[in-house]
Design a protein around this ligand. Sequence first.
Ligand code: C5P
Ligand code: ZN
Length: 487
Amino acid sequence: MKEAAKKVAERLRDASSVLIISHIDADGISSGSIASYVLDHIGIKNEIRFVKKLDEKLIADLEAGNHELIWFTDLGSGYVHMLGNLNAVISDHHVPSEVKVETFEEKEDVGTSTSSSPKTLFDFSEASGTPTPVTSNILQVNPHLVGRDGSTDISGAGTAYLVARELAPELKWLASIAIVGAVGDLQDRGEGKLIGTNREILEDAIESGAMEAIVDIGLYGRETRPLYKLIQYTSDPELIGLSGNYRACMNFLMSLDIDLKAGEKWRSWSDLDRMEQRRLLSALSNFASREELLSEIYLFVNEKPGTSLHEAKEFATLLNSCGRYGKAEVAFEVCKGDRATYLNQAFDLQGGHKKYLVQSMKIIEEMGIETMDNIQYVHAGDQILDSVIGIVAGMVLGSGKIPKHMPIFAFSDAEDGVKVSGRSTDDMAAMGIDLSELMSKITEEIGGIGGGHNVAAGATIEAGKEDEFLQLADKMVGEMILRARDG
Ligand code: C5P
Ligand code: ZN
């Protein structure tokens, strides 16, 4: 990836102006910010556009735009076969479309397991004499091209950082923004800490003085959530008797002799002193093991404790709160350093996002989840935004209220059809279920456009084709499990 990043950097350095195209989620915003910041720094004119996805219409627009050079971040690889007419570089961690074809063929011919197929990828790269396959005039930095797992090894923001590091090694602090992208894409979920290339990036972030990594309570919301919510809203690990139960959480906290409020304000984990934290953690150990309760946490040392800018996961949510509601530019300015107007706007948007998620979960609960042989699904119609439906699908799957051994698909009406978001778990991936493969195969068959990662993928299909999609998805998941089991 370093070699690839060097080449991408060279191409960028030669350009007089660059158009950056990035995704609207936390990782996409982090990626785009890193790209734009480094180009500003080395004096290359740049503009940025945030998009929900790449599709034919956007690509046609870009072709007509006659741009000198386009830098795709956190997207592009999945659609590289459609980008042939563009002068472009890509830093991304989605499954590349060229490689997708190769792995499919290999799997079908040889009937090997579904785990991603590094052998083919290495052969591919060695054959071209370089670790970065070049597709026509497009250069890519992508972990899949060197046999690494794009859902855990490095994020879109990480790949953008590798390029930035080649362009301006003095901007090491940008690594801390790459960490936000990685945790925003839940790359730390498996081991409770970042692994692989992400750790190398973390070292840069720490060396730069911007970030520290500590092992501490891993429940989401340590900075800004009132303590009772920190516990009540936690479903992974499920704290039996506490999760989802407001009364029980209040009683539990009061029994520990911890002040829940400071004046009018609810106290969060970060407001507690050491002794209080210790007391709470040891009481929680009766509900889950210490391994389940503790994670590696990434803190911005120069930000104020008790704000969502202080901890990487809450920072990522702040970015999503903007990007998913058409305000990625606000979050972009915050990443690049604004701590005034844009930050205040972002905080406002965050309040709206929280309410929206609570309301969406209620809507889903009322609608109910349908079950098929191998999958479960819900159709939110026009009740939930297509840009938020993926987050909601993930929350529903993690809620503990529905089976955790089947992928969930959630539909939502979109401008150009119906959006479907698929979510599964690492356990399902280990069983052979690969949602990225599923999305691209199904859209090949019924039309539309889709892709992503093994545990989180999405597509847009024609309205009215939902049943067809579900039938195929149900069948395909069954086949994937069998294929993995029978080797
Ligand atoms: O939109 P959603 O959150 O469900 O997307 C999950 C993952 O799938 C994201 O990484 C996204 O970039 C990818 N995706 C894609 N093509 C689409 C829709 C989503 O590659 N048409
Ligand atoms: Zn990403």
